[in-house]
Design a protein around this ligand. Structure first.
Ligand code: SF4
Length: 296
């Protein structure tokens, strides 16, 4: 399997504790040595078109690691692009200046942030909570656009037991968002796909240097204990196991979530898929390659 994504979990801590977040938090950060080993051992395998995700927890709790990742990639001549996922609250002048000087880093904010005025390529992970009426969703979209956001990744809250009434709200909200997409916003869902809602295939290096086949391991220790995603240790990259076939991953989510929650997730994800397919047919919301210049 060709690996195109490398998720680096810079920290398992996050002060935000959003109610919808399915992650398990721990007081653990990645060390610089582990970061270097991940970039050196796995970065070159991604090649052009690959993506390195600076992830958490909240990666901006470790701003030095964010900068070190960029500089380390440059020193190694890596061709992969970068993505930084942050809730946004810990963005400060120094980090904003660093990121503004490196437009090849695609910043995803977890909530509308005035820093977008300084980072015009930044995207918003736009969360759709169960039961929010379409009018409120569209008002939030207008507000985010008023702040300067033009690029959106729409995400229904996953791993919740969506009721039929909540799913009906979600469908109406997506209908309104499809109209908004014709008005010029960029919908990043058009270039994202995965086998599991919310989580990404590819290498995931946890804070301790253990390598997994998906960042799904961040959800619950139950998935870690299952061991089926474990590939090895980033300090011994030549001994990493190959990715497990998809059927071997069956049952992982079932070990962490109830059938009602998984069914709700599946249905909410189906609404998102319907929205994306509609946009593909109409040509609205089209994404452009984010950046094609040199790396950090
Ligand atoms: S900011 Fe992100 S990692 Fe932190 S609690 Fe919210 S969704 Fe989870």
């Amino acid at each position: 399997m060709e690996v195109k994504a490398l998720t680096l979990v810079l920290t398992r801590r996050c002060p935000a504790r959003c109610g919808f977040c399915p992650q398990e938090f721990k007081a653990r950060d990645m060390s610089r040595q582990t970061l270097r080993a991940a970039l050196r051992g796995l970065g070159p395998c991604l090649g052009r078109g690959g993506r390195i995700k600076l992830f958490g927890g909240e990666p901006l709790l470790k701003p030095g690691l964010v900068r070190a990742a960029g500089r380390g990639a440059a020193a190694l001549g890596l061709e992969a692009s970068f993505e930084l996922s942050t809730q946004g609250k810990l963005m400060d002048e120094a980090m904003c200046r660093f990121l503004a000087g490196h437009p090849e880093v695609e910043v995803f904010f977890g909530r509308p942030s005035p820093w977008v005025r300084r980072l015009p390529g930044a995207a918003l992970n736009f969360i759709l909570p169960p039961g929010q009426p379409a009018e409120e969703v569209l008002a939030r979209l207008r507000q985010a656009r008023g702040m300067g956001f033009r690029r959106f990744n729409f995400l229904p809250v996953y791993f919740k037991a969506w009721t039929p009434a909540q799913l009906a709200h979600l469908r109406r909200a997506f209908a309104g968002l499809a109209r908004a997409a014709r008005g010029g916003i960029e919908v990043l869902n058009l270039r994202r796909a995965g086998r599991v809602p919310l989580y990404n295939d590819g290498w995931c290096v946890d804070t301790d240097g253990k390598v997994y086949a998906s960042n799904l391991v961040l959800v619950r220790d139950g998935i870690l204990r299952a061991g089926r995603l474990a590939l090895g240790d980033v300090r011994r990259p030549r001994h990493l196991k190959p990715f497990p076939p998809a059927r071997e991953l069956d049952g992982l989510l079932e070990s962490c979530f109830s059938p009602e929650v998984l069914e709700g997730t599946r249905r909410a994800d189906a609404e998102l898929t319907r929205f994306v397919l509609g946009l593909q047919r109409s040509g609205a919301g089209a994404s452009r390659p984010f950046f094609s210049g040199p790396l950090l």
